[in-house]
Design a protein around this ligand. Structure first.
Ligand code: PLP
Length: 436
């Protein structure tokens, strides 16, 4: 059935949902106009909606489902745990197993704590940095998304109308306290000199610099090596911590992003793929910093709980998911990503449409512009580009490909070369729609 359709079961569900759920569901990111598509089930690289339409899932729950849907090995691990109980007011061996696995993969992570989401992981990392350094401020990249902790949300969507002003003064949501805005320093992405200057201006009050090395909302272009090195160096110079937000970028390689950029962070945040499709987050890093969480000597510097934190279902699913991700899996995912980017870029050239597919490894983003995308401002679509992107995304959707409305795609291990061919073919025709 073509989307949107007056006869759609999704439309009927949406109408029912709006009585109980503002916007018809629980996540702003999954809202679509005129109605979101409600999913009935998923298997491998495919999802089926409530109208019975099958699509290749190219968003994979916003990058989390790196093994697609209902992976038999993950399902088996979860099933075993279900029989043993799902969560307790005591720790389980499962959290040791996952922590050991992650610490073994990321050299800078010597100890860790689990949370229920990436948002909480970032929140705990920022709090840990403040507790460890005794300083109040956090620096973050303009436009970069790190979840919905107030401090992480500052400067999430400035626009040309206000970005001449200090982006730190721009709240994302109404209700952001003024004190939060005062305690966040906003750095331009991929501009080492400007970032260094801004950090030095807050040298005595900055607890941490948080950076995602390939921030989706700042264009999904990789940070330059010089930029990451400059952040590492200036953090060391002023005694602040460098926090790598790897909630998404951990899917770039066996050890995540840090080996790829040749850097070691003081703290790293995780989420998404490390839960194997179940709710999860984690913060890990230097043993001396992580000691702020340690209650063994009395009241910890930073208390941290969470009723469902480290629940063994998420832990066992995460372990199974990571064990499936050997070096060969990342190589294959990256090769599929390269082929998809090349295929989409060739289609833009063939149709004479201004556009580009950027990203790295299994992560890809389509911009409907020929301008060089280097940061949030150059990535933000102009109105005509936003219209063209909407046409492109609708074209994909109605040719059996589901991706995020803003052009993000994240591949999964059950995808086949034939799936990639299908997505390239659908993109080619969708770009044809834009050209018309
Ligand atoms: N950090 C980054 C880089 C993210 O992309 C996200 C979510 O998309 C988060 C943090 C927040 O994670 P969660 O949605 O699990 O709270």
């Amino acid at each position: 059935m073509l989307y949107p359709s007056p006869a759609s079961v999704s439309r009927a569900l949406y109408e029912r949902a709006t009585q109980f759920l503002p916007g018809g569901n629980t996540r702003t990111t999954v809202y679509m106009k005129p109605y979101p598509i409600y999913v009935a089930r998923g298997a491998g690289s495919r999802i089926w909606d409530v109208d019975g339409d099958e699509r290749i899932d190219c968003i994979n729950n916003f990058t989390a489902q790196i093994h697609g849907h209902a992976h038999p090995v993950i399902n088996e691990a979860v099933r075993k745990q279900l029989e043993l109980g799902t969560c307790f007011g005591l720790p389980t061996e499962a959290e040791i197993d996952l922590a050991e696995l992650l610490c073994g993969r990321v050299r800078s992570v010597q100890a860790m704590r689990f949370t229920n989401s990436g948002t909480e992981a970032v929140m705990m990392a920022m709090k840990a940095a403040r507790a460890f350094t005794g300083r109040p401020k956090i620096a973050k990249v303009e436009g970069a998304y790190h979840g919905s902790y107030d401090y992480a949300e500052v400067s999430l969507d400035p626009s040309p109308a206000n970005w001449g002003a200090d982006p730190s003064s721009i709240p994302y949501a109404q209700g952001t306290p003024q004190t939060v805005l005062q305690d966040v320093v906003v750095l331009p992405f991929n501009n080492p000199e400007a970032a260094r200057r801004l950090v030095l201006a807050h040298r005595d009050t900055l607890a941490a610099i948080v950076v995602d090395p390939m921030p989706n909302r700042a264009g999904l272009v990789p940070a330059s090596a010089e930029y990451i090195q400059a952040l590492r160096a200036v953090a060391d110079e002023i005694g602040a911590l460098l926090i790598f937000d790897e909630v998404i970028s951990f899917r770039l390689g066996h050890g995540g992003a840090q080996p790829l950029w040749g850097v070691e962070a003081d703290l790293t945040t995780f989420g998404k793929i490390i839960g194997g499709g179940f709710p999860v987050g984690a913060v890990g890093g230097r043993r001396d910093v992580m000691a702020v969480f340690d209650p063994s000597g009395g009241k910890p510097v930073l208390p941290h709980g969470g009723t469902f934190s480290a629940n063994p279902v998420s832990m066992r699913a995460g372990i199974a998911a990571l064990q499936l991700l050997d070096h060969a899996a990342f190589t294959r995912l990256a090769a599929m990503g390269d082929r998809l980017r090349a295929g989409i870029n060739a289609a833009f050239a063939r149709h004479g449409v201004e556009g580009q597919a950027v990203g790295m490894g299994s992560l890809l983003k389509v911009h409907l512009t020929a301008r060089e995308v280097v940061d949030y401002r150059t990535a933000l679509p102009h109105p005509a580009e936003a219209h063209a992107l909407a046409t492109f995304m609708l074209g994909l959707l109605n040719r059996g490909v589901f991706a995020a409305s803003y052009g993000l795609m994240a591949l999964s291990t059950p995808m086949t070369e034939a799936d990639i061919d299908h997505v390239i073919g659908a993109a080619d025709e969708a770009i044809g729609d834009v050209a018309r």
